[in-house]
Design a protein around this ligand. Structure first.
Ligand code: NAD
Length: 328
């Protein structure tokens, strides 16, 4: 005799936006980084393919977290023509499965959660690696992710000011608006000016060349490189990566598709000089060792982050009695 399933929980984009907040995303991402570092959670190989249709890139990121009992995948990609249709170019959905039975347990909208988990990732790095007295936050990039990054980072230290730059300076208005909302002074600056002032820097652009050079950075700065998630992309000087103590979400991705790829190709650093941020969270690595040390977090984005926030959203939706349940 077969047992009835508990049913499939459906948590759409609107519900994710209503119920998931930054602290919940921070906790979910911090826990899964810790589980990855202790060997309890692992990401499976990523599939990413050009469809040859609608210029779309499509793929899956999947994994299993034995500590959080989260199994599943994020499916989605990039459809460049979506903007003209009034839709977001990046589209994704998370599928969660019961790890005891393999049954599909939840479908969760992944668009809002992707921005939330990416911002949570740099926020976790700031919480564990930035100097406690950091006052100035530097932002490079003013695209879709940037305001999520700014809001999450602002909660980690007592920042007083945001300095920012973007290829199209007119787009900095969106960051200036959020900074004002958070009660932070805001200034548009040159790259050299940003390096000279910022105590914490977040890079979140789609660039293929270094925008930040080693000689512009102050001792003691923490940098979170969040935009480089593909072979060939680049945000900072490889010499800066080599001069920093480098942390990452996952070493295999850091050296192949993350910011560290360029320093590794140039022979400036090896994979053995990169530490999973989870080790700092778990207390098996001390993290920052001095006020002068430059720390750099290479946030490449892993499937387990998506599963962690989707699982948290599904639990919140269920507890609030707001998710749709479908019997399979
Ligand atoms: P977006 O298209 O909304 O904004 C892109 C930003 O990059 C803008 O600030 C733009 O001015 C800048 N930019 C583009 N090309 C540039 C160039 N050649 N030189 C300098 N600046 C350039 O994108 P978004 O959704 O804000 O995402 C930003 C980046 O973050 C993308 O590269 C995206 O792939 C990456 N991302 C990473 C993760 C992760 O987990 N690490 C997650 C989501 C997105």
């Amino acid at each position: 005799m077969t047992r009835e399933t508990d049913g499939l929980l459906i948590v759409g984009e609107a519900l994710c936006q209503e119920l998931m907040d930054r602290p919940a995303a921070f906790d979910a991402v911090q826990s899964v980084f810790a589980a990855m570092a202790s060997g309890e959670a692992r990401n499976f190989p990523v599939i990413r393919e050009a469809l040859g249709h609608a210029d779309a890139l499509y793929g899956f990121k999947s994994g299993f977290d034995r500590a959080g009992l989260t199994l599943g995948l994020k499916s989605g990609g990039y459809w460049p023509g979506n903007m003209a249709k009034g839709l977001t170019n990046h589209q994704s959905t998370v599928f969660l499965f019961d790890p005891d039975t393999g049954q599909l347990s939840a479908l969760v909208g992944g668009n809002y959660l992707t921005a939330l988990r990416t911002a949570a990732s740099s926020a976790v790095s700031i919480a564990h690696l930035a100097r406690k007295d950091a006052k100035v936050l530097g932002m490079i990039g003013a695209g879709h992710q940037s305001t999520f990054q700014l809001r999450a980072a602002a909660e980690q230290r007592r920042f007083e000011k945001v300095v920012a730059l973007n290829r199209n300076p007119e787009r900095l208005n969106r960051l200036a608006t959020v900074a004002a909302e958070l009660g932070l002074e805001f200034e548009a600056v040159t790259p050299e000016g940003l390096g000279a002032e910022a105590d914490v820097i977040i890079t979140i652009v789609s660039a293929y060349e270094p925008l930040l050079m080693q000689e512009w950075i102050k001792p003691g700065t923490h940098i979170a490189c969040m935009g480089t998630d593909t072979k060939g992309k680049q945000e900072v000087d490889p010499a800066l990566v080599a001069a920093a103590t480098v942390f990452t979400d996952e070493i295999a991705q850091s050296v192949s598709i993350g910011e560290a790829q360029h320093a590794v190709i140039a022979g400036l650093i090896g994979a053995d000089q990169i530490t999973p941020l989870g080790e700092v969270i778990n207390g098996t690595h001390p993290g920052r060792r001095s006020d002068e040390e430059i720390t750099l977090f290479d946030g490449t984005g892993v499937g387990l982050q998506d599963l962690a926030v989707a699982s948290a959203a599904a639990k919140l939706a269920e507890a609030a009695g707001k998710a749709t349940r479908v019997t399979l």
